[in-house]
Write a protein that binds this ligand. Structure first.
Ligand SMILES: Nc1ncnc2c1ncn2[C@@H]1O[C@H](COP(=O)(O)OP(=O)(O)OP(=O)(O)O)[C@@H](O)[C@H]1O
Ligand SMILES: [Mg+2]
Length: 462
């Protein structure tokens, strides 16, 4: 029982260490892993390929190439050794004609004899001298006489001189006879084919990643309340599935918005019919203070219904299009001034922004009308960078206490009841404005302005 326990504890601690090491590796790699899917996939393909090639090249050079060169040099040196034996064994061969002929015809070697002492000093060894090395080893081992070799002088021939007792034998051999020189072509093939493979992989990969990017674009523009024209599921099965799921979700969201709009419009319309009847009946009753009160109530109710209808309609159907925001803000300022309010406007950044023009203007107009209702001077500032369009409407009025800044977005919620009974609206302005901002993929936030009033900030992605 206790051995089992210790075994389990051991396994647990080992598993803990493995998972810690895994986490550590994950974090270490995260720093320098590229973030894009494209780059990552290429990396996943390139790294094993390069490692494989290094291993193959190393093993090949280390084992095969040097082995072959050693064998080839050994056989050349063997030939030379037998020529030397012939030279020694047949001194009657005048001018060494027979020897030369055998060497030339049978062994492919050109042999000459030089006077003794015609041995140059050993030259500098070439840097990468596999051939030099193996030839030297074989000459020392098989012949054991002073020698001199030149493997670089003539590009496709090598020269060997060996000191004999009465002469120096000079031999020219084909470089290829002693050296596995075609091995370079192996590397060329290896790197060439892998480069072609990588290019093919890159092209294929691009086609695989394109549908994912399209899906991301479509989702993004849906979030901003724009129509993604011409989007349809494409690419690998999984990507198509994700795209299909996105389309279905988009359909459901659109249907539920439509349903909400239709229902609210229906309710408002029905109530308005009844209210109209009510008004007619009140008109028939005649005048009395109670009837006047009822009339006012009915008027208020129908005003609320109008606003509600506008709210319910939302921005239905309007298409987003490039709009000159600086000009739109300027227009709003003009409206505010005509209504007798001091207003300033400032805009920086590129002014043309893709929004639903009428809705967006309504959103800002609601904020400005609030400011106009509560304050004397209004300042409108617009700012656009590469991601967001931000418009702030600031005033010098009483502002909204921190605790109420989320509450006031609720439909029909008004703080004015206590402050100013007559001048109030329906309490839908901020709700509508937020609805519009959200349908653009953005939002509205409330804060305090520098002059102690309210600052309403609309921020939408561009
Ligand atoms: N600039 C502001 N300064 C002070 N209070 C504000 C300001 N803007 C809005 N409020 C408060 O927030 C409440 C809700 O505003 P909202 O615009 O939703 O409704 P409303 O202005 O009363 O009616 P509507 O806009 O439908 O005519 C207002 O009743 C008001 O008390
Ligand atoms: Mg308002």
């Amino acid at each position: 029982m206790s051995t089992l326990d210790t075994g389990i504890t051991l396994i647990r601690s080992a598993a803990g260490r493995v998972s810690a090491a895994n986490n550590w590796m994950g974090n270490a790699f995260k720093g320098w892993m590229p973030t894009g899917l494209y780059a990552r996939t290429m990396l996943i393909m390139i790294v094993p390929m390069v490692v494989l090639q290094w291993v193959v090249a190393f093993v090949f050079f280390e084992r095969h190439w040097s082995n072959v060169t050693q064998h080839l040099s050994a056989s050349v040196v063997q030939d030379i050794a037998s020529l030397i034996d012939v030279y020694k064994g047949y001194p009657q061969d005048k001018d060494r004609a027979l020897l030369r002929r055998i060497a030339q015809q049978r062994l492919g070697l050109v042999v000459d004899f030089l006077p003794v002492g015609d041995m140059p000093a050993p030259g500098p060894k070439p840097f990468f001298s596999l051939l030099d090395q193996s030839l030297s080893v074989q000459l020392g081992r098989q012949i054991g006489k002073p020698f001199w070799i030149d493997t670089v002088g003539r590009s496709n021939q090598l020269e060997i001189r060996i000191q004999l007792d009465d002469a120096v034998i000079q031999i020219f051999a084909q470089r290829s006879a002693a050296y596995a020189s075609d091995s370079g072509i192996f590397l060329v093939w290896m790197f060439g084919t892998s480069s072609i493979l990588l290019i093919v992989a890159w092209l294929f990969l691009r086609n695989q990643i394109k549908p994912i990017l399209r899906l991301a674009d479509a989702a993004e523009s849906f979030g901003k309340g724009r129509e993604a024209t011409g989007f349809r599921p494409r690419g690998a099965r999984e990507v198509r599935r994700a795209a299909q799921a996105f389309l279905e979700m988009k359909g459901r969201v659109e249907r539920s918005i439509e349903q909400r709009t239709a229902m609210l419009a229906g309710v408002s319309h029905d109530l308005r019919t009844i209210l109209t009847r009510f008004k007619l009946e009140l008109a028939l009753i005649g005048d009395s203070p109670e009837v006047d009160g009822m009339r006012r109530d009915v008027d208020e109710m129908s005003g609320m219904l109008e606003d509600y209808l506008a709210f319910a309609r939302g921005d239905s159907g309007e298409q987003a299009q490039p709009t000159d925001m600086a000009a739109a803000l300027e227009e709003l300022r003009g409206d505010a001034e005509r209504n007798g309010h001091a207003a300033t406007v400032a805009f920086n950044g590129l002014p043309v922004v893709t929004v639903k023009p009428a809705s967006f203007k309504r959103c800002l107009a609601n904020l400005i009308s609030n400011a106009a209702r509560h304050a004397r001077s209004i300042s409108i500032t617009g700012h656009r960078d590469h991601r967001y369009l931000t418009v702030s409407v600031e005033d010098d009025g009483p502002g909204i206490p921190l605790s109420m800044r989320e509450e006031v977005f609720k439909p029909f919620l008004r703080l004015d009841d206590a402050r100013n009974q007559d001048e109030g609206g329906t309490g839908l302005g901020l709700a509508i404005a937020r609805d519009i901002a959200r349908s653009h993929g953005g939002d509205i936030t409330l804060g305090s302005s520098a002059t102690g009033g309210l600052r309403a900030t609309v921020r939408v992605p561009v």
